[in-house]
Design a protein around this ligand. Structure first.
Ligand code: IDP
Ligand code: MG
Length: 159
């Protein structure tokens, strides 16, 4: 099934100039960019985006982290895109993420360290967790008119 999912290159990814690397990973895997923009997240958007995490011990660190610099918001489209993108992203804690995944290759924070210093894990990227989240998050970050349908030239091969 063709799905759409939301990805954010988080402030650490933007500041480390990993945006191009992250986008290449998805493009090379056959995913299609259908929306993209740069946003400096405010408190209202942070709370809406991370509404499921409000009240958890790491929420204030997470809120501070996601508002610490601009992010690149991207909507990707592809075959079972939600699950496939999560697979390319890797486990939440980079120290546990498999090499070859974005988090496994480019970050090394652990839960223990983040919790000790009272900060969020800096793990480069966000990706919607499931179909319900993807729907909510795409609507939160993009107007319908900012999402574009077009054909990749290799679509007949990769889809
Ligand atoms: P996900 O980004 O892999 O979907 P979630 O559990 O949805 O992971 O958590 C959202 C974000 O909150 C994570 O990407 C990470 O930046 C941060 N985070 C999650 N759990 C912890 C924690 O236990 N300590 C510090 N930061 C955390
Ligand atoms: Mg999540």
């Amino acid at each position: 099934m063709i799905e759409r999912t939301l990805v954010l290159v988080k402030p650490d990814g933007v500041q480390r100039s990993l945006t191009g690397t992250v986008i290449s990973k998805f493009e090379n895997a056959g995913l299609k960019i259908v929306g993209m923009r740069m946003v400096w997240v405010n408190k209202a958007l942070s709370k809406k985006h991370y509404s499921d995490h409000i009240g958890k011990p790491f929420f204030s660190g997470l809120d501070e982290f996601i508002r610490s610099g601009p992010v690149i918001a991207i909507v990707l489209e592809g075959v079972e895109a939600i699950k496939n993108v999560r697979r390319i992203v890797g486990s939440t804690a980079p120290a546990e993420a498999t090499p070859g995944t974005i988090r496994g290759d480019y970050a090394h924070h652990s839960y223990a360290y983040a919790d000790r210093v009272g900060k969020s894990i800096a793990n480069i990227i966000h990706a919607s967790g499931d179909a319900k989240d993807a729907k909510k998050e795409i609507a939160l970050w993009f107007d319908k008119k900012e999402l574009h349908s077009y054909k990749r030239s290799d679509e007949h091969i990769v889809f």
